[in-house]
Design a protein around this ligand. Structure first.
Ligand code: BTN
Length: 328
């Protein structure tokens, strides 16, 4: 059993016991525990007794995920064609599926990690998570079509994530173009889509989703913008968030969205996406990838997911960039 999972019940185990059960050296045990503290886990060490986790997380568990997914499939009358893998630590779940792609078919593979040491965000940014306090996973999916058809995929995935969270009882989830998940203008999740393939298809995609579930203040200070988490959105009186249940709902919802996208593209999601857009009708500044900025009123998104800005009667569409509210 992995070293940290041995401590899942909150009881003490000695360094020797941990090492023997995990098949690791004592030095490696010390290193993993030090890394776990860096990743946000509170650990108590007592000479003569060993180590224990002060607040053991509800670990991601393939059996709990599968059981919940089976229930959701029975309710929907659909089988969700995925396999699940859970790891405690990895550089990035998306990097791992991208690495596997040339050798193996990753269609329908869900790879979830308790902690990513090199989580990646959009536009080359890093994605910060904490052990047990984030939900980070990637899903491989194959499409017959090419990159042009997939332009709106990340927006459709945003709709799928929002639907899943609302089905699990979270308050109305808003989106920020192209695919930030926000609540009251604070970001709590993001989506990163990467693809491989010919321009005309087929394409193999890796859909990475990162959600802040319960982010301690120590982790927030590493993030260069104000953020929120699902625990805050749910409120103090809400029960603890079950990440296995949440992951099952997300995967079920995403597989429905991806199958629909494969046959119809972005158009069936456009109206809902726009309805959820927190910046719809607002005057924004758009920072373009080349550093130039454009201002305009958000008219919406077109059938391929491009942002449409209005400047008087003129309309311009943009495929990438970063929007912010323009201060009056
Ligand atoms: C963003 O908003 O910038 C996108 C963040 C995407 C983060 C997820 S976490 C799982 C997957 N693995 C990664 O390294 N990134 C994505």
């Amino acid at each position: 059993m992995s070293l940290l999972r041995q401590l899942a019940d909150g009881n003490f185990l000695s360094g020797e016991e941990l090492a023997a059960n995990a098949g690791l050296t004592r030095a490696r045990v010390s290193q993993v525990l030090k890394d776990a503290e860096t990743a946000g886990l509170a650990l108590e060490r007592i000479r003569g007794r060993g180590y224990r986790l002060l607040e053991p997380p509800n670990f991601l568990d393939p059996a709990a995920f599968k059981a919940r997914l089976a229930t959701l499939d029975a309710e929907r009358g659909i089988a969700t064609p995925v396999t699940i893998e859970v790891v405690d630590e990895i550089d990035s779940t998306s990097s791992e599926l991208m690495r596997r792609m040339p050798r193996r078919d990753v269609h329908g593979v869900v790879l979830a990690a308790e902690w990513q040491t090199a989580g990646r965000g959009r536009r080359g940014r890093t994605w910060t998570g904490v052990f047990g306090g984030s939900l980070t996973f990637s899903l491989g999916w194959r499409f017959e079509q090419g990159a042009g058809f997939l332009a709106g995929l990340s927006l459709a995935v945003g709709v799928g994530v929002a639907r899943a969270l609302e089905a699990e009882g979270f308050a109305k989830v808003a989106l920020k173009w192209p695919n930030d998940l926000i609540h009251r203008h604070l970001k709590f999740g993001g989506i990163l889509i990467e693809l491989n393939g010919d321009a005309l298809g087929p394409s193999a995609t890796v859909i990475g989703v990162g959600l802040n579930v319960r982010l301690p203040a120590s982790a927030r200070k590493d993030i260069p913008q104000p953020v929120t988490d699902l625990a805050t959105i749910a409120g103090k009186k809400a029960p603890a968030i079950d990440r296995n249940r949440l992951l099952a709902r997300l995967v079920a919802e995403l597989s429905d969205v991806l199958r629909r996208y494969a046959s119809e593209g972005f158009p069936p999601f456009a109206a809902e996406w726009q309805h959820r857009h927190a910046y719809q009708g607002k005057v924004v500044r758009l920072l373009l990838p080349d550093g130039a900025t454009v201002t305009g009123k958000v008219a919406g998104v077109d059938a391929s997911g491009a942002l449409v800005l209005a400047d008087g009667p003129r309309r311009a569409r943009f495929l990438s960039g970063e929007i912010s509210l323009r201060r009056a």
